[in-house]
Design a protein around this ligand. Structure first.
Ligand code: HEC
Length: 440
């Protein structure tokens, strides 16, 4: 099968962003950089609240005493994933045929100014997940045409499975600013109120929350957050018990947040970027113009933008024949016009997201590219060691950082991913599972 280079724009956008000093990562001699093979497993609903509950038996006591998950579970990742993905435990909605774990090969390098990460893994599907969600116009209204595997319309057979593949990397600072991240890894961010977890609050309850809801951050669901941003944790993970603004500002000021990098095969790599976010009181996007925005007007129940016919062979939308065609155009700021109902016909398909070729601010820090060939993804993520941004964790030579990793494979979203146990990343040392080496 032919290799498909997804991020032809990467070099260009790195130059535009004034980062000409960074090497293009495919020019690095990766053969000289040590490889780490990490097993990522399917975690189901093993939230932090579950990890600390009686159901985790001796594990809960160990975790409370500060024991690292690896102390008890090293080399058990594949077995744990197999148990959970089968639906025997911690998974009320198993996905038929899904493997319980995958192996990701990771390499890391740095020079005087920049940090480079390379990750590769075999995909379950025999095609790249370079498609995301789509709406289709049917019988006079816009309905789900393609979405993730656990979407209700996809499960009911009314829409097709389609969702981007992702490589995700979560990083803490080397001062232990986020409590328990070093011993519990990504589980500090994962709670019983997140999307697709046991005590997920109703949309109306989130929208009525004075800070998170309509009068504040305008959220309608709960995503990753840190327990120290809450006054108390309960069965629902304390999602609604936010500390006041002064307390949150003080925490953020002392660096109690996690940097979250997501190389997204549809929504960021085509514009040469990874989604640069951070986990604090919510899973927040870094400040600035990010690589993608929603293309859905929830009030009017219609897309916000359509293709500019002058730039899309006379068509304002995609056709069914272009669905899952890697050559089909992606909607972005350069080839789109505002939505016009008069131009819509039955069978039209439009992407649920619109890409931005001009990212800026802290959302512009993180570069990414990716190639899928012969059933294997290879993704690169790179940025300045120290971006000087308050919503990024700075890296420095000679230091070691706590981290975790995840991969979304096979048209899934939210918790239906593969995750690592808590890991460490070193720069120029050998005390991590991933040890970045210096390149000149
Ligand atoms: C002190 C040892 C210990 C520590 C530390 C520990 N666990 Fe466990 N864990 C266990 C034991 C024992 C079980 C099996 C419980 C049972 O028999 O049902 C288990 C079960 C699990 C399971 C369910 C899957 C299965 O095969 O039963 C998951 C998921 C899990 N642990 C995740 C974690 C994570 C994540 C951490 C770190 C945040 C962690 N554990 C820390 C001992 C530990």
């Amino acid at each position: 099968m032919q290799a498909k280079t997804i991020a032809c724009a990467a070099g260009l956008s790195a130059l535009i962003a004034g980062q000409a000093s960074a090497l293009e990562p495919d020019k690095i001699n990766w053969a000289a950089v040590p490889k780490s093979q990490i097993t990522l497993f399917y975690p189901g609903q093993s939230t932090q609240e579950w990890i600390l509950s009686a159901a985790h038996k001796a594990g809960a006591t160990g975790v409370r005493e500060g024991k690292n998950c690896l102390k008890c579970h090293a080399d058990e990742e594949a077995d744990i994933g197999k148990t959970i993905v089968s639906g025997k435990k911690l998974e009320p909605n198993p996905i038929a045929g899904k493997p319980g774990s995958i192996k990701v090969t990771v390499q890391a390098a740095y020079d005087k100014e920049n940090f480079y990460l390379k990750a590769s893994w075999p995909t379950n599907l025999k095609e790249a997940g370079v498609f995301h969600n789509y709406k289709g116009f049917k019988d006079g209204k816009w309905v789900t045409y393609g979405d993730n595997r656990t979407n209700k319309d996809v499960k009911a057979g009314k829409a097709k499975a389609s969702y981007e593949d992702r490589f995700n990397f979560m990083l803490g600072d080397n001062k232990g600013s986020v409590a328990n991240f070093e011993s519990q890894g990504c589980w500090v961010t994962c709670h019983n109120s997140l999307r697709d977890t046991p005590n997920e609050p109703k949309k109306e309850a989130v929208e009525a929350h004075p800070v998170l809801g309509k009068d504040g951050m305008k959220k309608s669901d709960i995503r990753k957050y840190l327990p120290e941003t809450r006054t108390a944790i309960d069965d629902a993970g304390g999602w609604d018990k936010l500390k006041d603004k002064a307390a949150l500002d003080a925490l953020m000021g002392k660096g109690a947040f996690l940097d979250l990098w997501q190389a997204r095969a549809y929504r960021s790599i085509p514009v040469g970027k990874a989604d640069d976010s951070y986990v604090f009181q919510y899973r927040n996007f870094d400040k600035g113009k990010k690589p993608f925005d929603s293309n859905w007007d929830g009030e009017k129940k219609q897309p916000k933008f359509m293709f500019d016919p002058d730039k899309n062979n006379g068509a304002t939308a995609l056709t069914a024949a272009q669905f899952r065609d890697p050559k089909a155009p992606k909607l972005d700021n350069t080839n789109s016009v505002p939505y016009d109902q008069a131009k819509v016909k039955d069978g039209d398909i439009l992407p649920g997201f619109i890409l931005n070729t001009k990212t800026d601010g802290s959302a512009n820090d993180l570069n990414a590219s990716g190639t899928w060939a012969n059933g294997v993804w290879t993704m690169y993520v790179w940025r300045k060691l120290d971006t000087q941004q308050k919503d990024d964790v700075a890296l420095a030579a000679g230091q070691t950082y706590p981290m975790g990793m995840a991969v979304h494979d096979d048209n899934v979203t939210t918790r239906f991913h593969y995750v690592s146990l808590p890991l460490k990343l070193s720069l120029g040392k050998k005390d991590g599972q991933i040890n970045a080496v210096e390149i000149k």
